[in-house]
Design a protein around this ligand. Structure first.
Ligand code: UDP
Length: 318
């Protein structure tokens, strides 16, 4: 298939673009490089350096079999202090993309949605029918886009799949996580092991969890990429399918730090700090629907494997 990958210079987008190319697809990456990196775009992909909202029409006029839409603003904290950046950057941009897809008859869309669409869950593991009550603007914008996609699928016959990622981690060779503003637990802990940060602050030790720290469901970026390839094949005209992607197993922040100590051999000094606003105690996915509908099963579920791959990537970059 000829595929447009928005945000293909970013973390998840670059890994997916690499896997799509390896599977024989033709890939055009569109990325404005506001948070992505030119050298993260895999060899063999054409890079169009532009804002997707501005060039979607022109690009899709070439004729594409589908779009994988990763491009987004994704910092939860920033979304609370600068919501316009998120409503414009995520929602407006995606609406322009949807309009261009409709105009040019692009048949398929795979969209990067998020566990943040659910907010604080009543029940874990979280199933797709759970209430969607995002606790931050980032999650609200992703949910708004999901609603728009549902309407386009119903009204205009788009074949769409939204994938709700839980905590993405790990790396694929030279493709990994490198945000200028890093807020995610594993890369921050690895910065301590690299010596570029003194210690890790664990936010909150009084959560209602086994060891008092938050519990998250870490999904290896390669397993995530595999789900995108399956979603492309299983997209159905006129339907918007929504699937959670996680392993179904939660690890506490303390367990993550411990796994990083084991993998890196570094003592990783840690301290407890206040809770971070908006952090639910436990987020664990039920991915039963993705398994049933897409035939997807995560394979790299061991936390040490996930951390090892991220560590290898971090060390190689120096
Ligand atoms: N966290 C932490 N210290 C940090 C960064 C994150 O204790 O320096 C915690 C955060 O409060 C949450 C967990 O690690 O409980 C995962 O946070 P992350 O930002 O990686 O992902 P999120 O679950 O927010 O999407």
């Amino acid at each position: 298939m000829k595929l447009l990958v928005t945000g293909g210079a970013g973390y998840v987008g670059s890994v997916c673009a690499a896997r799509l190319l390896e599977s024989g697809h033709e890939v055009v990456v569109v990325d404005d490089l506001s948070t992505g990196h030119e050298d993260a775009v895999p060899d063999g992909a054409r890079l169009v350096r532009a804002d997707i909202g501005e060039v979607a029409g022109e690009l899709l006029a070439e004729g594409f079999d589908g779009v994988l839409h990763f491009a987004a603003k994704s910092l939860v904290g920033e979304s609370m202090v600068d919501p316009a950046k998120y409503w414009d950057g995520n929602v407006l941009t995606s609406l322009r993309l949807l309009a261009a897809m409709r105009e040019h008859g692009t048949p398929r869309l795979v969209f990067s949605s998020t566990a943040a669409t659910y907010g604080e869950p009543d029940q874990v593991p979280i199933v797709e029918s759970a209430p969607t009550r995002p606790t931050n603007t980032y999650g609200a914008t992703k949910l708004a886009i999901d609603h728009a996609i549902t309407s386009y699928a119903k009204a205009h016959g788009l074949a769409a799949v939204s994938l709700r990622y839980f905590n993405v981690a790990g790396a694929y060779g030279r493709f990994g996580e490198r945000h200028t503003t890093e807020t995610h637990l594993i890369p921050i802990v690895l910065q301590v092991a690299m010596g570029t940060r003194e210690r890790i602050s664990i936010y909150g030790a009084d959560y209602p969890t086994a060891d008092g720290t938050c519990v998250r469901d870490y999904i290896h970026v390669l397993d995530l990429a595999a789900a995108h390839l399956l979603a492309l094949d299983h997209a159905v005209k006129g339907e918007h399918q929504v699937y959670n992607l996680g392993t179904g197993t939660g690890f506490s922040n303390k367990q993550v730090v411990e796994a990083c100590r084991e993998v890196t051999g570094h003592p990783i000094p840690a301290e407890f700090a206040d809770r971070r606003a908006g952090d639910p105690a436990t987020l664990v996915a039920s991915s039963a629907a993705a398994t049933a509908a897409l035939g997807w099963t995560p394979e790299r579920t061991d936390l040490r494997t996930i951390v090892s791959d991220a560590w290898e990537f971090t060390r190689a970059r120096g």
